[in-house]
Design a protein around this ligand. Structure first.
Ligand code: ATP
Ligand code: MG
Length: 252
């Protein structure tokens, strides 16, 4: 479904050029569940943003069903993004709006802009939003303002919003980073459930190695912008883990 070819990205900063991604190549078949690991600054978020066309890489291609999405005209990119759910660490909900209204936002890509601005969703949009709210077990909270919900509940609203897009791909950037261990597991379980029952492809950045090992079918490890491991969780040995997290390095 996705083929990343020779992807590199250099950020220009006041202190000079910084290479955040270096020659990344990998393929993600439909239905895969990939956890991206690596220490802070390794390039995980940068990588995820290129998959969604949020960031145009300096070099390389991201082919989705054969189309390079890194150079798409804006309109085409919007159409692509409609089917890509993005889940953030900090939820990115509209705090003063209800659960239902936030989840309906997942339908905006399917509406003409003027309808979206007026909030003129169709019955079909409402049906889908309610179905997804029920799936994350928040039906009783449908009319509650999201700023009255707990962190775990808010992240479930964000997941429902992403699912309301009827996505073929979900990209999640540290979706559990602000949650306690129990809720982190819950988020991963929900994503895993969607992956297994609905066949949604999931790519999730995660800093907890144990969660990656437990839930992902495949782990991709970044170190300083490069892929240093790509394989089954069982194949990731401790020596490599030390290298990925740069645990044994002496101060230079
Ligand atoms: N907009 C930007 N301008 C300049 N440098 C950036 C920018 N965004 C990211 N970087 C740099 O690129 C590198 C990779 O950042 P990225 O956010 O992808 O890391 P990450 O693996 O997601 O880290 P974390 O685990 O902390 O979220 C970092 O060194 C970061 O400082
Ligand atoms: Mg990040």
């Amino acid at each position: 479904m996705i083929e990343v070819r020779d992807l590199s990205h250099v950020f220009q900063t006041p202190r000079g050029a910084f290479q955040a991604l270096a020659e990344v190549s990998l393929a993600i078949p439909r239905g895969d569940f990939v956890a991206i690991i690596g220490r802070s600054g390794a390039g995980k978020s940068t990588f995820l943003r290129t998959l969604n066309g949020l960031l145009t890489p300096s070099r390389g291609q991201v082919l989705v069903h054969g189309t390079d999405i890194t150079r798409l005209p804006k309109r085409e990119l919007q159409k692509y993004r409609r089917r890509v759910g993005f889940i953030f660490q900090q939820f990115n909900l509209v705090p003063r709006l209800s659960v239902l209204d936030n989840v309906l936002h997942g339908r905006l890509g399917y509406l003409p802009t003027w309808r979206g601005l007026l909030g003129l969703y169709t019955d079909h949009d409402y049906q889908i939003a309610r179905r997804e709210i029920a799936r994350v077990d928040l039906a009783s909270k449908e009319t509650a303002r999201v700023d009255t919900l707990s962190g775990g509940q808010q992240q479930r609203v964000a997941i429902a919003r992403a699912m309301a897009q009827e996505p073929e791909l979900i990209l999640a950037d540290e979706p559990a980073a602000n949650l306690d261990p129990v809720l982190s597991e819950e988020v991963m379980r929900i994503l895993k459930g969607f992956n297994e029952t609905l066949g949604v492809t999931v790519v999730v950045n995660i800093h907890t190695l144990e969660l990656a090992r437990k839930y992902a079918r495949r782990i991709v490890a970044f170190r300083r912008g490069r892929v240093v491991f790509d394989g089954a969780p069982e194949a990731l040995g401790e020596d490599l883990v030390d290298e990925i997290y740069e645990r044994k390095e002496t101060w230079a």
